[in-house]
Design a protein around this ligand. Structure first.
Ligand code: ZN
Length: 285
C-alpha cells in the first residue's frame, strides 16, 4: 500500500492497466503491488498478490501440532531464524497490546450508533475479513515492535501502524463483518446502491480520482475497486466519529450510498446478527 500518486495521476499509466494484468505486473511491478490492495475481503481461495511475507507464507497459527513460543523466546532470534517461524508459533495475541483499546474503541463506536454486534478480532497475516465470516483479522506484524521493524524492512511500510490508520482499517473491516453478520449484501437496496457482491474481483482497478460517486477513506480510491469495498468504505465514513458526512459529501453522488448505509444500519439497530457461522481461525489464515 505504498502511495505512488505520481504514477496514479498519470492517465497513460492508468490506461496501461487495461492490458494484461500479468504483463502489467511484470513491467510495473511496484505499481502493480501498489494497485492491488489486500485490505478487505478474503476470498475462499486466498489471493497472494501482495508482497509476500516470508513469515506469512506458511501461516499455520491454528494448527495444534505446533508449539507456541513465549515472546521472550523469539524476540532475540536472528532475522533468518524468525523468518522460519510460523505465525502461530509466536503466540501472538491482540489482548494486552496497544491495539486492544482500539478494538474496544471500535466496539464503542458501533454501540454509539445503536449497533450491538461486536465483530471478534484475531491475529492473521494481513488485514482482512474472510468472505462470509463476520470476523476481523489484524496483521501479525502490528502486535510486536520487533515484527513491525521486520515488516518495515521487508515491505517498507507497516499497514495500520498509527492509531488513526488502525481505526480506519478497523472501521473498513467492521463493514465487511456487518455485511456478513446481517446478510446486508443480499438486500435489494444494498445491491441497487453498490452492485452485486458476487461481481468478479479483478487484480486491477482503474480509479477515477475525481469521481464523486464514491467516498474517499483508505488510500487509492479503494471504494472503486469492488461493490463490497464500496460498501465497506462508505460504512467506514458513516461510522467515523466527528465526521459530518452529510456536510463532507454534500452534492456528491456518494451521498445516496451514505444514506443507504444510514438506513440499513437503522434497520438493524439493536438486533443480534442473523448469520454467525462457526469457523476455525486456521481455516482462514
Ligand atoms: Zn475491504
Amino acid at each position: 500500500m505504498r502511495r505512488r500518486d505520481d504514477i496514479f495521476l498519470d492517465p497513460k499509466l492508468i490506461e496501461f492497466h487495461r492490458g494484461s494484468a500479468r504483463a502489467s505486473r511484470a513491467v510495473f511491478g511496484a505499481l502493480a503491488e501498489h494497485t492491488v490492495r489486500s485490505a478487505g475481503r478474503r476470498p475462499v481461495q486466498p489471493r497472494r498478490l501482495r508482497s509476500p511475507h516470508a513469515l506469512a507464507c506458511e501461516r499455520d497459527f491454528g494448527c495444534d501440532t505446533l508449539v507456541e513460543m513465549e515472546s521472550a523466546d523469539w524476540i532475540n532470534l536472528s532475522e533468518d531464524e524468525l523468518l522460519e517461524k510460523k505465525i502461530r508459533q509466536l503466540g501472538l495475541k491482540l489482548e494486552g497490546t496497544e491495539w486492544d483499546p482500539l478494538v474496544k474503541q471500535l466496539y464503542d463506536e458501533l454501540t454509539a450508533k445503536g449497533l450491538s454486534f461486536h465483530p471478534p478480532c484475531f491475529v492473521g497475516d494481513e488485514w482482512f475479513c474472510p468472505v462470509g465470516i463476520p470476523a476481523i483479522f489484524v496483521p501479525f506484524f502490528l502486535v510486536h515492535e520487533r515484527l513491525r521493524r521486520l515488516e518495515r524492512k521487508m515491505v517498507l511500510e507497516v499497514e495500520g501502524e498509527t492509531k488513526e490508520w488502525f481505526m480506519r482499517l478497523m472501521r473498513h473491516e467492521a463493514a465487511h463483518a456487518y455485511s456478513y453478520a446481517y446478510q446486508l449484501y443480499k438486500k435489494k437496496k444494498w445491491q441497487q446502491t453498490f452492485g452485486l457482491a458476487s461481481t468478479e474481483e479483478t487484480e486491477f482497478y482503474r480509479p477515477r480520482p475525481y469521481s464523486r460517486s464514491y467516498v474517499v477513506h483508505l488510500d487509492d480510491w479503494y471504494a472503486q475497486s469492488h461493490p463490497d469495498e464500496d460498501f465497506a468504505e462508505t460504512f467506514a465514513v458513516w461510522l467515523t466519529p466527528g465526521l459530518d458526512w452529510r456536510e463532507r459529501y454534500r452534492g456528491w453522488n456518494a451521498m445516496q450510498k451514505l444514506e443507504c448505509v444510514d438506513a440499513l444500519m437503522r434497520s438493524i439497530a439493536g438486533n443480534p446478527p442473523v448469520h454467525q457461522p462457526s469457523f476455525r481461525v486456521a481455516d482462514y489464515d
